[in-house]
Design a protein around this ligand. Structure first.
Ligand code: GLA
Length: 327
């Protein structure tokens, strides 16, 4: 009897040891297009929390172009990873990324930017977590409309900077969502100006927006929309550089990471009026966890998860962040 108990006990110990040894062998890549952007830093941070919890290894790689994506995937394959999550620098790399992942026997999930095929349609077989872009864009448009009304402006005379990055579907959905609400609230289609950015960062948005402002010097009041906080901050910086006062500018971004927070912390309000905070916790922690479950337990992730956002302004952003569990 005693012998049996000992044997069972030993068996249990062996099983536990085997499981944890397996967890330690799991290696998951997290590849992002713009590692310097606070949003992606936060995604990595929360993915790391999942890695600590489950005991797997997280390999963080920045890949700013197609070539770097290719070598990142090969590299993950060579170091024995079993899967990776990627926010690609270019959604058109889709079929190439899928092929590379297969060649390296890596499971693949995408985050933020959804891969498209040669026909421009999303690759629906690849599990994806993104934001509910149109809805979040609409929240941006509503926040701007409300503030413009509050300031007593005539929306028909207000200029709209549409910081655009039209090669990225989620970017189009976000700005179009915002513009649909602006138009419904009396903004004039003729006063909406495209500011195409070469890259999704503040500098590119600043350059593109400056051109728009210089060409339309007759317009006195401006609002700005874009795919993220960096885009809207670029537009706001452009208004400052051509001498438009903050009280004549209403920009609302999307993101809510440090780029926005640092702006809210400035002693006086700028034209960056608000942001729709999205959740790097869900995008980082959940995708990493889902990938782990897929590798360790064969549990395939849902094909499409869309996350929500919540508007935050200068005076309530701390409460909203707390609410979302990203303090
Ligand atoms: C895109 C943008 C990022 C961020 C994410 C959120 O990748 O470039 O700044 O907004 O979407 O999903």
């Amino acid at each position: 009897m005693r012998f049996f108990k000992a044997a069972i006990l030993a068996g249990t110990v062996a099983v536990i040891a085997a499981t944890s040894a397996f967890a330690a062998d799991v290696k998951i890549g997290f590849v992002v297009k713009q590692p310097e952007e606070p949003w992606f830093q936060d995604e990595w941070k929360f993915a790391e929390v999942a890695a600590q919890e489950k005991g797997f290894t997280l390999v963080k790689i920045g890949a700013e172009d197609g070539e770097k994506v290719q070598s990142a995937i090969d590299n993950l394959g060579a170091q024995g990873a079993q899967g990776f999550i990627i926010c690609t620098p270019d959604v058109k790399l889709g079929p190439g990324i899928v092929a590379k992942a297969e060649a390296n026997q890596l499971k693949l999930m995408t985050v933020d930017d959804r891969l498209v095929g040669a026909d421009g349609n999303p690759l629906e077989d690849v599990p994806h977590m993104g934001i509910s872009a149109t809805k979040i864009g609409e929240a941006v448009g509503q926040a701007i409309s409300d503030e413009v009304k509050k300031r007593g402006w005539n929306p028909a005379e207000v200029g709209v900077i549409r910081v655009s990055y039209d090669q990225l579907p989620t970017a189009v959905d976000r700005v179009e969502g915002a513009l649909s609400v602006l138009k419904a609230n009396g903004f004039a289609a003729a006063n909406i100006f495209d500011a195409p950015q070469a890259k999704t960062d503040t500098e590119a948005a600043l350059n593109a927006s400056t051109t728009v402002l210089n060409k339309n010097a007759g317009i006195k009041q401006w609002v700005a929309v874009g795919l993220n906080d960096e885009a809207v901050l670029g537009a706001v910086r452009a208004t400052e550089s051509v001498g438009i006062a903050a009280e004549n500018v209403v920009g609302v971004g999307i993101g809510g990471a440090d780029s926005a927070i640092n702006e809210f912390k400035k002693p006086t309000a700028t034209g960056f009026f608000g942001t729709v905070i999205i959740s790097p916790k869900r995008h980082g922690y959940e995708t990493a966890l889902n990938m782990y479950e897929w590798i360790a337990n064969g549990k395939e992730p849902e094909k499409l998860i869309l996350t929500a956002g919540q508007l935050a302004l200068r005076d309530d952003y701390q409460a909203v962040r707390k609410d979302l569990g990203i303090e």
